[in-house]
Design a protein around this ligand. Structure first.
Ligand code: 5AD
Ligand code: SF4
Ligand code: FES
Length: 354
């Protein structure tokens, strides 16, 4: 086909120029998509195997000091009922998750200044004693705080750049500085965290050039983890009216996942809840074109619907813990395996893992 050369190059050297990536993202050719997804699936198998890692997500506070234009947790969204879990409550959820076989606990919140560094550190220490890996996803903090949490035993940290285009970043983030966010990610790596970045696909003003640049940056910065999800407009935000074609956005997100797998080789890549929200079966599609991680929602049901980053989020009416067997079934149905290890980074950085 017309794409033979690019696909052969991708397969052989696992690299492309930014312009070539944009060409692939722009193409609306089912034949190309099929071959790209097949190649990404093959590289996934080669570099990270058939194991799918379950990362148990506890969304422990939806308070946020910031006003990112796309996010339902933004400070100015006065329609949202805010909640905070106490450290004791968070620990008890982590304990129950561990008993169900979960080997990574992800602690996620808005940027909430209510929990000081020491409080979180003590919680991390306690959860680590269960014998699980701990991932933090709590936003931008000072190096001091990152170090305290690392010393308390936290293994990983997710802090997405959301977009690697400076101009688009500043349009979307009235409270943030592009370079500051980048520096945070570099600091996290230096401190010894397994570090996750990622982007949102289908944002207003975003072009395929921007996305191609994101993918090249994922490759250059060699992140341990990369989260890629579609933009889902939230009606109570400034971007609430920005609806675009679902199928196009789905394809664009899957192509971004596939290209990211091929270019980053062994990064951990989740099949995001946002993709499962965009379309039924979205996460399964991602698992077939590069993804190797799932994130069961373990937030107590009383709070779950209030962690409304975007509307229509799946898994909010389930029994607590229901995502775990549901995902196990999903993985096995696909002929894959649920991992029986904590799924640390596969990158070689001579880092000390827990
Ligand atoms: N649509 C999709 N993803 C979103 N996020 C925030 N708001 C939205 C939205 N409207 C993502 C961001 C953030 C993650 C927790 O949720 O990428 O890092
Ligand atoms: Fe707050 Fe994060 Fe949402 Fe931005 S994306 S408003 S920092 S929760
Ligand atoms: Fe949450 Fe199926 S994954 S209910």
């Amino acid at each position: 086909s017309k794409w033979k050369n690019l696909l052969e190059k991708l397969s052989a050297i696992e690299d492309l120029e930014e312009e070539e990536i944009a060409e692939i993202l722009d193409a609306q050719d089912p034949e190309l998509e099929k071959e790209l997804f097949q190649l990404a699936d093959q590289k996934r198998k080669e570099y990270v195997g058939d194991e799918v890692h379950l990362r148990g997500l506890i969304e422990f506070s939806n308070f946020c000091r910031k006003n990112c234009l796309y996010c339902g947790l933004r400070k100015d969204n006065k329609t949202l009922k805010r909640f905070r879990m106490s450290p004791e409550e968070i620990f008890s959820v982590a304990e129950r998750a561990h008993r169900l076989g979960i080997q990574t606990i992800v602690l996620q919140s808005g940027e909430d200044l209510h929990y000081d560094a020491k409080t979180l550190a003590e919680l991390i220490w306690k959860i680590k004693k269960l014998g699980v890996a701990v991932t933090l996803s709590v936003g931008e903090w000072e190096e001091e705080e990152y170090i305290i949490w690392r010393e308390a035993g936290a293994d990983r940290f997710l802090l997405k750049q959301e977009t690697f285009d400076r101009e688009l970043f500043s349009k979307l983030h009235p409270d943030d500085d592009f370079d500051q966010r980048l520096r945070c990610q570099q600091k996290l790596m230096e401190i010894g965290f397994q570090t996750g970045s990622g982007n949102i696909v289908g944002l207003p003003w975003q072009t395929t050039k921007h996305l191609a640049h994101d993918i090249k940056m994922f490759q250059k910065m060699d992140f341990d983890m990369i989260g890629i999800g579609p933009f889902i407009p939230h009606p109570s935000t400034p971007l609430g009216q920005h609806h675009t074609d679902t199928q196009l956005k789905l394809k664009l997100t899957l192509k971004t996942v596939a290209l990211t797998r091929i270019l980053t080789k062994n990064a951990h890549i989740p099949a995001t809840t946002a993709l499962g929200t965009l379309v039924a079966g979205g996460r399964e599609l991602a698992l077939r074109c590069g993804a190797n991680v799932l994130m069961p929602n373990l937030t107590p049901l009383a709070y779950r619907s209030s962690y409304e980053i975007y509307p229509g989020k799946i898994c909010i009416q389930e029994n607590w813990g229901a995502c775990i067997p549901c995902m196990k079934k999903m993985v096995e149905k696909m002929g894959r395996k649920v991992a029986t290890n904590p799924g640390h980074s596969l990158k070689n950085r001579s880092r000390v893992h827990s």
